[in-house]
Design a protein around this ligand. Structure first.
Ligand code: AMP
Ligand code: GLY
Length: 422
């Protein structure tokens, strides 16, 4: 089979590596991929948001199955366009991807179907929002409605910060049209858990849980990033909590989307907070998370392509989705300065003896050399029988990867270890 994977990050590299385990896969094309992905797939110079380009490439190259991974093309309707051209796809249609594309949509969906989430108000004009945040409980969470590269959530500790948050999104239009509407919501507390789930629109099969580390620096200090590392499973997510989530969140969400005439097929990402009042939804993403995918897929024992095709064909109930009992840890190596200003163009080299998986996110090939080309450069993922062993193994291999100006957090998994000790 000939496959095509849309995107260019560490997540896509992890997806491609896993897809390659299926012996029926002959060639994988990555649109556009990156210099590191080029070791595992044929990179094609078509941008991840170029819907026409993707359709043309798929037709010309007789692609048997396409995997659309990033949020932008999903929200723009790439799956609809590929399917209309006869190319079977893994990923939600545009009318279902709105679950990530519009926070107003997702909050209203949860309210209508009684799915636990933070209480909230929606505003489409700045004056009303400013008046509201003046009396809302603190801290106050202000969210831009649309996609904002994961930066559209502002947590205000004071009235002044809340006012500033509304102004920056609605008046200064920091996230452009994504801030035409905002959600102002209750601040929740508790450990966060990411759960990615396969779904065919009727059946939902959760993958192993994980824990992201979003802040740039150790002890969860510094700016929010795309994610500086992950561990799986997430020790806070016990069997009992998983059962509650299935009953009150996962299946109700899938059923709600179907009832709205927007069946969700693909990978639905549940960003959960385990609050004192039970698990609640912080956010939905219409896709695999990054770097969650870099710890989840290495623990998958059943076949990824089979599960993806079952999601598309509506046969997930009869399809095996199995994960190992082991643990995984992914440490992201970034360019120093990320998520703000950083330099790129430095050569990446590896020592002998790396046993971890290295998933490349921001790199390009030039004259046979792999050069840094982004904020998050690569992820180093180790799998072991226990979480402490996975963390040690990942950090041992981090020392075997070299590039100038490299930066990584030194405490990935520490909070998870504390939870295990409790
Ligand atoms: P998001 O981009 O929606 O994942 O939000 C980014 C981060 O903001 C989340 O991972 C949470 O840590 C935090 N966050 C979002 N919403 C809330 C909330 N209602 N209460 C507390 N923290 C929140
Ligand atoms: N790691 C969070 C996300 O992919 O949005």
């Amino acid at each position: 089979m000939k496959l095509m994977v849309i995107g260019s990050g560490g997540r896509e590299h992890a997806v491609i590596r896993k897809l390659k385990e299926n012996p029926a896969v002959e060639t994988i094309y990555a649109l556009p991929g990156n210099g590191g992905i080029a070791a595992d797939a044929v990179c094609v110079d078509v941008g991840a948001k170029d819907i026409e380009g993707a359709v043309r490439f798929a037709k010309e190259n007789a692609i048997d199955f396409a995997v659309v991974t990033p949020d932008d093309p999903l929200v723009l309707g790439m799956v609809d366009a590929l399917e209309a051209a006869g190319v079977p796809c893994f990923g939600p249609a545009k009318n279902a991807a709105v679950i990530e594309g519009s926070k107003v949509f997702s909050k209203d969906l949860m309210k209508k179907y009684g799915i636990p989430t933070a209480s909230y108000e929606v505003f489409n004009d700045a004056a009303a929002a400013l008046e509201y945040v003046w009396t809302a409980p603190l801290p106050t969470v202000v969210k831009a409605d649309g996609l904002a590269l994961g930066k559209g959530v502002l947590i205000a500790q004071t009235r002044e910060e809340a006012v500033q948050a509304v102004r920056s999104i609605m008046e200064e239009r920091k996230f452009g049209a994504s801030g035409d509407q905002i959600v102002v919501e209750e601040f929740l507390t508790g450990p966060e858990v990411s759960v990615l789930a396969f779904t065919d629109g009727k059946t939902v099969k959760p993958m192993v849980s994980s824990m992201d580390h979003k802040r740039a620096h150790d002890n969860d200090e510094g700016l929010n990033t795309g994610g500086m590392g992950t561990v799986a499973p997430n020790p806070y997510y016990t069997k009992d909590i998983a059962e509650v989530c299935m009953r009150t969140i996962f299946q109700p969400t899938i059923d709600a989307m179907a009832a709205e005439g927007r069946p969700f097929k693909g990978c639905l990402y549940f960003g959960l907070m385990l609050t004192p009042d039970g698990p609640k939804v912080i956010e939905y993403n219409c896709r695999f998370g990054d770097p969650e995918t870099q710890v989840v897929l290495p623990l998958m024992e059943s076949d990824l392509l089979t599960a993806m095709m079952a999601c598309r064909n509506g046969t997930l109930a009869e399809t095996e989705v199995r994960f190992s009992e082991k643990s995984a840890c992914c440490v992201i190596l970034a360019s120093s300065g990320y998520p703000e200003h950083y330099e790129k163009g430095y050569e990446i080299t590896y020592d002998e003896g790396i046993s971890a998986q290295v998933y490349v996110a921001g790199a390009k090939l030039e004259g046979g050399k792999l050069l840094t080309n982004g904020g998050r450069v690569l992820g180093v993922t180790a799998v072991a029988d226990t979480l402490p062993a996975a963390i040690d193994a990942a950090y041992a291999d981090v020392e075997r990867v070299h590039f100038a100006n490299a930066y990584h957090r030194r405490d990935i998994g520490r909070r998870a270890l504390r939870a295990l000790e409790d």
